[in-house]
Design a protein around this ligand. Structure first.
Ligand SMILES: NC(=O)c1ccc[n+]([C@@H]2O[C@H](COP(=O)([O-])OP(=O)(O)OC[C@H]3O[C@@H](n4cnc5c(N)ncnc54)[C@H](OP(=O)(O)O)[C@@H]3O)[C@@H](O)[C@H]2O)c1
Length: 284
């Protein structure tokens, strides 16, 4: 089979191609992005821009299966997802796998999961065969947040909540398992870590690993916005952080499954391991 990965030059795309190559079984892999020259062999390189649907016709031509990884462009992501799925269907891709997010849902306004929901709906309505993989919140993204929070000694949230943080490499392994495996048509999977950690639990874990105090504090949206604005963060970043924290508070990432192990072939990495690789204790 000829299998495409759209978004192959990014963090998740590179990891997925690497996992694919480990278990390819003779299948060909085609990497697609706006910077195909950054996609490494043995993946074939093709140019495709979600904002120029005509470029995707050529990019997706002749593929048996395709993984669509959305971009980080929160403003355009919904329209891009739909354009990419339409282009893949038109190009005759037989099985389309869409990388979605936990908490994808229909909602008004700038809600984190809505652009993924649009993609899922279009996929289900139009693809000849499809699979959805909803990723939980990246453990690596939380580790970055934790590093910033340590400076203030406070990890803030809009409510006490639980999140099943997943390592990016585990999402990639699950995606590669779907792309190569059989029996996944019509399935919606959730790539999650091995445990659902509350705000207090994750703050305690960070404190233990970093060897510095960190308390979990529930604040209001107004307080969070004021703090982020005071830190001179651009408005789009402020809105993204608030959207993430709102999704946390609503329980969007409070889901635990065995899908990583089932699809990827190994148990998901605990948050502790990702934090240990990222945070340095003063005595280290
Ligand atoms: N669950 C979480 O915690 C979490 C955290 C971060 C991100 N995410 C999601 O995970 C996905 C991938 O994340 P990542 O870390 O791998 O992001 P990334 O490193 O920025 O990769 C994004 C990929 O999309 C491609 N891309 C961007 N704009 C494009 C366009 N207009 N047309 C075609 N390709 C385009 C990029 O390639 P070029 O720039 O070369 O075109 C790149 O290959 C995104 O859906 C993102 O929203 C989830």
């Amino acid at each position: 089979m000829k299998i495409g990965v759209s978004g192959a030059s990014g963090h998740l795309g590179r990891a997925t191609v690497a996992e694919f190559v480990q278990r390819s079984g003779g299948h060909e892999v085609v990497g697609i992005s706006r910077t195909p020259e950054t996609i490494t062999a043995p993946a074939q390189q093709r140019f495709g821009d979600y904002n120029q649907p005509e470029s995707l016709a050529e990019a997706y031509a002749g593929l048996d299966r395709l993984l669509i990884i959305p971009s980080l462009d929160a403003g355009k992501r919904g329209a891009q997802n739909v354009a990419a799925i339409d282009a893949a269907v038109k190009a005759g891709v037989k099985h389309i796998v869409f990388m979605s997010a936990a908490g994808a849902r229909q909602a008004e306004g700038p809600v984190l999961g809505t652009p993924y929901w649009w993609g899922e709906q279009r996929l289900i309505a139009t693809a000849p065969a499809w699979t959805i993989l909803r990723m939980n919140f990246y453990a690596e993204s939380f580790a970055q947040q934790a590093q910033m929070s340590l400076a203030q000694g406070v990890l803030a949230g809009l409510a006490e909540n639980r999140v099943a943080f997943v390592a990016r490499g585990d999402v990639a392994a699950a995606a590669a398992g779907i792309l190569i495996g059989d029996g996944h048509a019509g399935a919606t999977y959730n790539a999650t870590g091995p445990e659902r950690l509350s705000g207090g639990e994750r703050a305690a874990l960070v404190a233990e690993i970093a060897g510095r105090p960190l308390a979990f504090l529930v604040i209001t949206e107004e307080q969070l916005r004021a703090g982020l604005t005071q830190a001179s963060l651009p408005e789009q970043v402020v809105n993204t952080v608030i959207s993430i924290q709102t999704s946390f508070a609503e329980g969007a990432f409070d889901i635990l499954t065995g899908d990583v192990e089932r699809l990827g072939g190994w148990p998901p990495k605990p948050l502790r391991d990702v934090l240990a690789a990222t945070l340095k204790s003063p005595s280290a």
